[in-house]
Design a protein around this ligand. Structure first.
Ligand code: ADP
Ligand code: MG
Length: 237
């Protein structure tokens, strides 16, 4: 159960960017991908989401082979760094829009939006338009859009990197609380070591399309396999 990658590869044209990744993310685990810009974090996440085809290998979500399924069939929801909200819709409409498009009944949408708003403390803002929200509030709405879909797996691609430092800390705490409250499997891409160390049950250190090391924050901090991992996790050795 959870998310399983077996010998997952990706090439763009004749350039290999992911070189055969094997990974097990347990159900309910908070897994963080870290690594330098261009190492393949987003590509790997997008393959799990189904936004990018795998060139080879197999992806399973909760025991189901999803390798060739469309994004909508995978039971995942993704939150991006840039979160385009519909400017003419309210917060509630933005959060419920995907469900509405899928023909979910109005009362059911309202109940799911209310629940997401409670979790994200957006209850007072449901009738506002995006332009009347702060950056942090907008990012909460983007996360709310993912929550209302009730995914088995949440995928986050550097969701906080557009926020200022203070908001980043606040949202990091919110995301940790969200994970505690709903307990879903989460895979979270960041290049921020503090986010990785504080949020992760498991950290996956990537370098040039390969996994360098996988372990708990403490494992990687105390016992990095090499200088690259040590440099990334900020251990003194
Ligand atoms: P990260 O998210 O870790 O910064 P990416 O997954 O975005 O890295 O990119 C990994 C590598 O794949 C980079 O060299 C990038 O230039 C390349 N790449 C990503 N998307 C494409 C694409 N659509 N076409 C060609 N090359 C791509
Ligand atoms: Mg990226």
């Amino acid at each position: 159960m959870g998310v399983t990658l077996r010998q997952v590869k990706k090439s763009f044209g004749d350039v290999d960017v992911i070189h055969g990744v094997d990974l097990d993310v347990a159900e309910g685990e908070f897994c963080v991908f870290v690594g330098p810009s261009g190492c393949g974090k987003s590509t790997l996440l997008r393959m799990i989401a189904g936004l990018e085809q795998t060139s080879a290998g197999r992806i399973e979500i909760n025991g189901r082979d999803v390798t060739d399924l469309d994004p909508a069939e995978r039971g995942v929801a993704m939150v991006f760094q840039t979160y385009a909200l519909y400017p003419h819709m309210t917060v509630a409409e933005n959060m419920g829009f995907g469900l509405k498009m899928n023909g979910v009944p109005r009362e059911e949408i309202a109940a799911k939006v209310a629940e997401a708003a409670r979790i994200l403390k957006l209850e007072q803002l449901l009738d506002r338009k995006p332009k009347a929200l702060s950056g942090g509030q907008r990012q909460r709405v983007a996360i709310g859009r993912a929550i209302v879909r009730g995914p088995e797996v949440f995928l986050f691609d550097e969701p906080l990197s557009n926020l200022d430092a203070e908001l980043r800390v606040e949202m990091r705490v919110e995301i940790a609380r969200l994970h505690k409250e709903i307990g879903a499997t989460m895979i979270y891409v960041t290049h921020d070591q503090v986010e990785a160390m504080t949020l992760a049950d498991k950290i996956v250190v990537l370098r040039a399309g390969r996994i360098e090391q996988v372990g708990s924050p403490m494992d990687l901090y105390r016992d990095p396999d090499n200088r690259f991992v040590a440099g990334f996790i900020g251990s003194p050795s």
